[in-house]
Structure formats: structure tokens, C-alpha cells
Design a protein around this ligand. Structure first.
Ligand SMILES: [Zn+2]
Length: 503
């Protein structure tokens, strides 16, 4: 057995940068269909020394000794990255086995054998309500068949987390890492969700009728949510062909020229092997940031492009003089999601619909209302999911992970029926739901700030671009809550969000 040397923090950081670059580039090549076989395991093996107990102890020791401030925060994040790498290496085999089993799962639909993943994507594009019901139910049944294995992986992961971090309570552990109280966040979100209930119910009845039709169930099943999200009946207006040029022009009005921005590598081509999900891969910010999309048709293409452009501009706009940790490593995802959400929010402006799609003001307002409805549905779903996750982890040490409350909470919040046995497939690690929800609150605050400072056409002004650029330059260093202070809000002030959802 070879004894590897423990790296000092500065050397650790630069080796981590090389590792993350190689791993990201490999992941990108596979995702966009440039490579068929992933050599990720080889890269992970080559950098195994980054994720050892000895290295973790060394980073933690350096963190303990550091004085408060920037250096201490940097060492904390390096330590947490090492910790996460150790845990994911230990779980990799079981997680891969589960993932491969899910990839291999097949189901039958209209005389055709479909992989589970294709079936899930197909449900979103079926025009017939009854066919979506049928295929939706089959995919949900097939997916639920993996619940025992999912639960085992979660249990093993949790016991590793407890052991490596030394903190037994999963909620307390995540609160320490995010630096916030999850309970206080939950209270603020519950109030915002309640305050917007009446407005939501009005929107819901109108848009369910228009998008799902009179044959819908009461309540309709969650199988129809992806279909709703595409706003399929409006597809002829929001065409696949116009998605890229219109989004580019939208960004140009903010002063961002994506095509001549050297740090952002655009991949907008339509290739059969390319995953249809839009994404950003920050391989080495700010110089190497990939923005990858593949338009499918429908308004969702525009929203996904603008969302990812927000992430790409954030990473590509960070100050190159920042230490690597503050260009690419964060405690969680709550910060970068503010910037994706604010750029995506442009697609909810009636003026944007009117300008780019040749619609009357009335049509534009109606279509913008559909996006508000979807936003409200997703916000309420996430709030309920977060509340369920708090309960799930609160009782985990006693019951090892049970679905109690999942169906009731999500169904009552959204008016869409969520199946109890979908709870594990719907679970994100480390309370990612809380990061999205913090971004929901913060991006609404930011929009309200921009509207106040710049005016109602904030979404078409280069001044907005300048203010965003100033925030982007700070990289991944600030917390979401620090951004609240910069724009003059209390972190849990949901006033702007409630106003948006009730619009
Ligand atoms: Zn995002």
C-alpha cells in the first residue's frame, strides 16, 4: 500500500481545480454525445488522494487554526468538498448499480417497449389526457419498484454522513453547512404559500380547464405536470426555431452578448445523442463555462435557456483574481440559483411576450399569466416537498425513511395528486429544495429592487446588466442571505414573492 502525502490547503485547492476540470470536461463530452463511453471512473481513480481521511483531517485542522474571515471560509469549503468526495466514493458502486438498474428498466406502452426514462419524457408530449394517465401510471409503478434499493442507498449515505461529519442529526448538519435555520425558512415559506392560496386557486381552475380540459380528474394526477410546464397548447407561438435568436436578443438588451463572450462556450446544436435537458457546466470559471441546450419546442425551451444563461453569466462573470474556491466552490446552490431565476423571470413579463411574439397586449398578458400559474404551482410544490423532507429527516433515526405526509402535503398545496410511493424518487440530497426556495424568495426581492431602481422595463435595460455584473463578479463567495442585505431586504421577507405569485 502506498502512502500518499497529505497536501497543504493551497496545493489541495490547485489539484482540486485540475480534478474538477477533467471530470467536468469528461461529463460534458458524454452528455452532449461526443463520447459514448464515460471514462469518469479512471479520472476519479487518478485523483483518489484528494479524498482520504488523512487529507480531511489536515484540512479540518487548518480550518480550526484559521482566524475568522475569508481564509477560514475558504478552508471550510475545501474541507466540505473533501468530505463529500469521501462519501460519494464510498457510495459510488451502489449508486451506480441503482442508476444502471433504472436505466435498464423497460415498460410496455401501446405495443412498444420503452426505457423508463424515455417513457417519463414521453408523458410530457402526449396530447391525449387518457394516454398521459395510462403511461404516467405505468412509469410511476415501474419507478416505485426501485424504492427498497433507493431507501437502502439513502440509509447507507446517511450513516456515512453522520460518521464522517461527526453530527448525527441530519437537519442540524445541513443547517450548519448552509448557515441558516431550516425551521425559520419553513415558517416564512408556509406563510407565503398560505398568503397566495386564494390567487393560486383562481389561476389553477382557469389554467387546468384551458390546458387539461374538462375530462381531467379531480384532482388531476401529477403525471400531467410536465405537460403543463410545456404549455403545450401555446406551442405554435413559442417555436423551437425562434428559441435561440429570441433568447440571445433578450440577453443583448441587458448588455450581455453571449456570442462574443469568450468565457462562455455555447453548444446549441441538435444532435441525437445529446441530452435534451439544458445545463451549465462550469469546468473552470471564469474562463471555461459551457452552456448547453437543445430546443424541443414550446415556451419551456425559452425559460430553460434563460435560466441556464443566468448560471453561465454568473460563473463566467466572476473576478478571475478570486481564489479558485470562491470561483467554483460553494456551500450550496442557493446563490447561483438567484441569478438563473432572475434571468428566467423575464419570460413572465407581459412586455416580453408582446415584443418578441407579435401578440396583442391582451394575448401577451394571458400568456404571461400562464407562466405565473406554473411558477406558483412549482413554488407550492417545492414548499410542500421541503416540509415533507423536514419531517422525513426528523423521524429518520426512528423509522429509517417513511412516506408519511408526502402525498397529503403535496396534493393539498398544489391541487395535483402526488402518489405516496413517489416520495423517494422525488428526494434531493442535502435539502436542495431549500436552496431553490431561498432563490425563489431572493430573486423576487431582486426583481423588486431592479424595478424600483431602474423601472418596469428592468428586463430590457443595460443598467440591469451592469448591476448583475457587479454581483456576478463576487463569484460563489457570498451567501444568498448576504445578497439580501445588499439589495435592502431581510433574508426571509417574502413580500415581493407573494406579490409576484398573486399577480
Ligand atoms: Zn438552476
Amino acid at each position: 500500500m502506498s502512502v500518499t502525502e497529505v497536501l497543504r490547503p493551497a496545493d489541495y485547492e490547485s489539484r482540486l481545480q485540475r480534478y474538477l476540470f477533467e471530470r467536468s470536461e469528461e461529463g460534458r463530452a458524454v452528455r452532449v454525445g461526443e463520447k459514448e463511453v464515460s471514462e469518469r471512473a479512471e479520472i476519479v481513480a487518478r485523483y483518489r488522494d484528494l479524498f482520504t481521511r488523512e487529507q480531511l483531517d489536515a484540512l479540518r485542522g487548518a480550518h480550526e487554526e484559521a482566524r475568522a474571515g475569508e481564509e477560514r471560509e475558504r478552508l471550510y469549503r475545501l474541507g466540505k468538498t473533501c468530505e463529500a468526495g469521501l462519501i460519494s466514493a464510498a457510495l459510488a458502486e451502489r449508486e451506480d448499480a441503482l442508476e444502471n438498474a433504472i436505466l435498464a428498466a423497460r415498460l410496455e406502452f401501446q405495443g412498444e417497449e420503452l426505457p423508463l426514462r424515455s417513457a417519463q419524457a414521453r408523458v410530457a408530449v402526449l396530447d391525449s389526457y387518457a394516454e398521459r394517465e395510462e403511461l404516467g401510471e405505468r412509469t410511476a409503478d415501474t419507478s416505485a419498484g426501485f424504492n427498497d434499493e433507493r431507501r437502502d442507498v439513502i440509509r447507507e449515505g446517511e450513516s456515512l454522513e453522520a460518521e464522517v461529519s461527526g453530527v448525527d442529526d441530519p437537519t442540524a448538519r445541513i443547517e450548519e453547512e448552509k448557515g441558516i435555520s431550516l425551521r425559520e425558512l419553513e415558517r416564512a415559506l408556509a406563510q407565503a404559500s398560505d398568503a397566495s392560496s386564494a390567487a393560486y386557486e383562481t389561476l389553477r381552475e382557469r389554467w387546468f380547464e384551458r390546458l387539461l380540459g374538462p375530462e381531467r380528474g379531480s384532482p388531476p394526477n401529477s403525471y400531467h405536470v410536465a405537460f403543463l410546464r410545456r404549455l403545450t397548447p401555446l406551442e405554435s407561438i413559442y417555436t423551437k426555431e425562434k428559441a435561440v435568436p429570441i433568447c440571445m436578443e433578450t440577453l443583448a438588451r441587458l448588455g450581455f452578448d453571449l456570442e462574443s463572450e469568450p468565457n462562455i462556450k455555447l453548444d446549441l446544436d441538435d444532435r441525437p445523442q445529446k441530452s435534451p435537458r439544458a445545463c451549465v457546466i462550469p469546468s473552470d470559471p471564469p474562463q471555461v463555462v459551457h452552456l448547453i441546450t437543445r430546443a424541443q419546442g414550446g415556451l419551456h425551451d425559452y425559460q430553460a435557456f434563460l435560466h441556464e444563461a443566468g448560471h453561465a453569466l454568473h460563473y463566467a462573470g466572476c473576478d478571475p483574481a478570486l481564489p479558485y474556491t470562491f470561483r467554483n466552490i460553494s456551500r450550496d446552490h442557493a446563490l447561483t440559483e438567484i441569478y438563473s431565476y432572475i434571468v428566467e423571470a423575464i419570460s413572465r413579463e407581459p412586455g416580453w411576450h408582446a415584443r418578441y411574439f407579435d401578440l396583442s397586449d391582451e394575448e401577451a398578458a394571458t400568456n404571461a399569466e400562464a407562466t405565473t400559474f406554473m411558477e406558483a404551482l412549482l413554488f407550492r410544490r417545492y414548499t410542500a416537498k421541503f416540509q415533507f423532507e423536514l419531517d422525513f429527516w426528523g423521524r429518520f433515526s426512528d423509522d429509517g425513511g417513511t412516506p408519511g405526509g408526502y402525498e397529503e402535503k403535496l396534493t393539498s398545496a398544489t391541487g395535483v395528486r402526488y402518489r405516496s410511493d413517489g416520495y423517494l424518487a422525488d428526494m434531493d440530497a442535502g435539502f436542495y429544495s431549500a436552496d431553490y426556495l431561498r432563490a425563489w424568495i431572493r430573486s423576487a426581492q431582486l426583481r423588486s429592487y431592479l424595478e424600483r431602481e431602474i423601472g418596469s422595463d428592468w428586463w430590457a435595460s443595460t443598467e440591469t446588466g451592469e448591476r448583475l455584473r457587479a454581483l456576478f463578479s463576487e463569484g460563489t463567495k457570498p451567501s444568498s442571505e448576504e445578497i439580501a442585505a445588499r439589495i435592502g431586504f431581510e433574508p426571509l421577507d417574502t413580500g415581493p414573492l407573494v406579490a409576484e405569485l398573486g399577480a
